[in-house]
Design a protein. Structure first.
Lengths: 584, 121
């Protein structure tokens, strides 16, 4: 018979256990009765007929157990029994249990929360094709517009064009405006504007990243060929869902920004959030349109209107060193070749000192990273210590509990419980504790993550950052704490079950009074106190600093003062429009 | 002295325990020949077919039947006996007949070997 058939039959038995046992009992009772009647017909008196029938049938209890064992669910039953017993014994000592659970939840939760954050901000790769091949020019630390002669991080549009055609090390290069433009635009003929974060990107942007559109098409070189002639937008999946209700005819919709009406030509894939971690543009426009978003902003003609980031995909086999050399040679020759370059001595000196570093773009750019890398690393170290304390705490509690239970174990052994059975039961109990703690920890991590994100976000909008729980690390912390619980829940059991029973029965009567604690427990306590002291001093210092900071005198009365910013581009106001000044 | 070492129950020479491992064979064969039977009938049938020599330890039928149910060799359904009692009736399946063939050939192989050993002695 097939294995699956056997399995379905076994499962059916598991779900209809009561019925099954009832059937078996009925069947066996019938057998004994029939045998008794047969004996009576043969001439036996009722009592001896009954006894003969029972004798011939055998031990009913044993047979019933044997029948049930045939179905192979015995392990599950003992597991459930042990788990139930574990829960009961946990509830008997609510103090110990709640402290153990709390340590587990803190250890697992804090670590997972902070690491998920660290991962989102510092470690995760961009969701694009082969991200490790991508490098950016400069550090990406500065953003905005500059007219410095030869800035190593920001570039002008003409520079990007020349660099793209002349370099020998990148299979493709792309540029994007270093700032995301927050503008208000009108979808179709709607009367209320929506806030739209627009990122202006070169026509090669999506192709260099190797991103495929979810719907329609993405931007291409043709969109970026002539200034202000290509009013097209690619919108993000989130914007499509939020503002356009995920409508399938999205390609027939338009968005009006200022005076210009843009055609929506495509939707980016859901996991693509651009190239800056912590930002999530709603739409991408070609750089050719940058001067219109908002009007009067951006300049693609000026050789020294430096506001773009440039990144590229290294050709196969090209390493960073030759690429850096080639980039720096080009950097100088392009800048010096601009007809309007002011070749003063000062500028030339500064150009000679400037070096363009190539940095990996695999994890994108992020201001969050520069701001929060160090705090996150410090926090990570702290929560790792918390995990250590949590483990020591659980170890100690379980050690103490198991030692106190030595007598109980001895009694049970004396009553005939097998050693493996006792150890298995203690294992199950520890597991129940560890799993409950793990569950609490996950809940704690999920809440803590949201609170952390809220804390570093300014204003009403939460930073769009995917800080969903990091599963590998969650697995790691859970494994560590569970392993601790199992190890320290079972070690004493191994020791206790090897005891001389009579000794244990006699001496354990007075509880743990006068019993010397094991050296292991002492080491754990010392370590725990030491780490806790360290963390507490650190926490007190931090708190003191925080309190001091909130009392800094800014030199003015900050009560009831708010800041206000106005986006007038939606009404078609040009930059520095006199009407705007008149408003104030 | 002998009176003091009386056996609690003298071994019953009229019945022989069935050889180990042949319980499935006997049950399957009985069901294959007699069709639909309940547990008591199976035990009685084995006893009477073997001229009251082979005695199944009656209770041990039931764990064996459970194992055979899992294997899919037999199916069970509730029915009513001639004496108007509720009983669980067992029927052999196609898989059970296949298993019966396998058990028979294995048994014959072992028996044949034992017989050959006895003959050479």
């Amino acid at each position: 018979m097939s294995l699956t058939g056997g399995l379905t039959r076994r499962l059916r038995m598991l779900f209809h256990r009561r019925q099954f046992q009832q059937d078996l009992d009925d069947e066996m009772r019938l057998h004994v009765e029939l045998r008794r009647e047969q004996q009576m017909e043969a001439g036996a008196d009722p009592e001896s007929a009954r006894q003969a029938a029972l004798r011939r049938f055998g031990n009913t209890t044993r047979l019933r157990q044997e029948s049930e064992r045939a179905w192979g669910w015995e392990w599950l039953e003992t597991l459930l029994q042990d788990a139930a017993y574990g829960v009961r014994s946990m509830l008997r000592t609510p103090g110990v249990t709640s402290i153990a659970l709390l340590s587990l939840a803190l250890g697992i939760g804090a670590n997972t929360a902070i690491f998920s954050f660290l991962d989102a901000v510092m470690l995760r790769m961009l969701p694009v094709k082969a991200p490790q091949q991508l490098v950016k020019l400069g550090t990406g630390r500065s953003a905005g517009i500059t007219d410095n002669f030869g800035d190593p991080g920001l570039y002008s549009y003409p520079f990007y064009r020349l660099f793209r055609s002349q370099n020998a090390v990148f299979s493709d290069t792309a540029a994007y405006f270093s700032l995301t433009n927050d503008v208000h635009g009108f979808v179709d003929d709607r009367s209320t504007p929506d806030l739209i974060h627009v990122q202006a990107v070169s026509g090669s942007y999506f192709e260099t990243l190797g991103v495929e559109s979810h719907l329609g098409r993405l931007l291409d070189e043709a969109d970026d060929s002539t200034d202000s002639q290509h009013p097209v937008l690619v919108i993000s999946d989130a914007f499509w869902k939020r503002v356009l209700g995920q409508s399938p005819d999205v390609l027939h919709h338009t968005i009006r920004l200022g005076d210009v009406t843009y055609q929506i030509v495509g939707v980016a894939p859901a996991d693509f959030f651009g190239t800056t971690v912590g930002e999530r543009p709603d739409a991408w426009a070609p750089l050719s349109m940058e001067p219109q978003i908002p009007p009067g902003w951006g300049n693609n003609k000026n050789d020294f209107y430096e506001a773009l980031y440039i990144f590229g995909r290294l050709k196969p086999g090209v390493t960073t060193a030759p690429a850096t050399a080639n980039t720096n040679v080009l950097f100088r020759s392009i800048l010096l070749g601009f007809p309007d370059a002011k070749l003063t001595k000062e500028n030339l000196d500064s150009l000679n000192r400037t070096h363009v570093a190539l940095q990996s773009m695999a994890r994108g750019l992020s201001n969050l990273r520069y701001e929060y890398s160090e705090p996150l690393e410090v926090l990570m170290a702290i929560v790792a210590l918390v995990l250590l304390i949590a483990c020591a705490n659980i170890a100690n509690l379980l050690l103490a509990r198991s030692t106190a239970r030595a007598r109980e174990l001895a009694v049970r052994q004396a009553l005939g419980a097998g050693r493996t059975r006792i150890i298995r039961q203690l294992l199950t109990e520890s597991l129940v504790l560890a799993l409950a703690g793990g569950g609490l920890g996950i809940g704690f991590a999920a809440v803590a993550n949201r609170i952390l994100l809220r804390m570093i976000s300014q204003g009403a909008e939460t930073i769009p950052l995917d800080v969903s729980l990091n599963l590998p690390l969650l697995g790691f912390t859970c494994a560590i704490t569970v392993a601790t619980a199992l190890l320290f829940g079972t070690l004493p059991a191994l020791r206790a079950t090897r005891l001389d029973l009579t000794e244990s029965l006699k001496s354990g009567r007075g509880g743990s009074a006068g019993r010397a604690r094991s050296p292991l427990a002492r080491v754990l306590v010392v370590g725990q106190v030491a780490i806790s002291l360290l963390l507490m001093v650190g926490a007190c210092l931090f708190q003191r600093t925080l309190i001091n900071l909130s009392h800094v005198n800014a030199g003015f009365n900050p009560d009831h003062v708010l800041t206000l910013s106005i986006d007038s581009s939606g009404k078609g106001f040009k930059e520095n429009d006199p009407r705007e000044w008149a408003f104030f | 002295m002998t009176a003091l070492i009386r056996r609690k129950s003298a071994p019953d020479r009229s019945h022989d325990e069935i050889p180990p491992g042949t319980l499935y064979l006997l049950i399957l064969k009985t069901l294959a020949v007699r069709g639909r039977l309940h547990g008591y009938e199976i035990a009685e049938s084995i006893l009477s077919c073997s001229d009251d020599v082979l005695q199944v330890e009656e209770g041990s039928l039931y764990p064996a039947l459970q194992r055979m149910l899992i294997q899919g060799w037999v199916t069970a359904e509730w029915g009513v006996t001639a004496g108007n009692r509720r009983a669980r009736y067992y029927t052999i399946t196609a898989a059970g007949r296949k298993q019966l063939g396998a058990e028979i050939s294995q048994f014959e192989r072992v028996m044949g070997a034992i017989v050959r050993v006895l003959e050479t002695a």
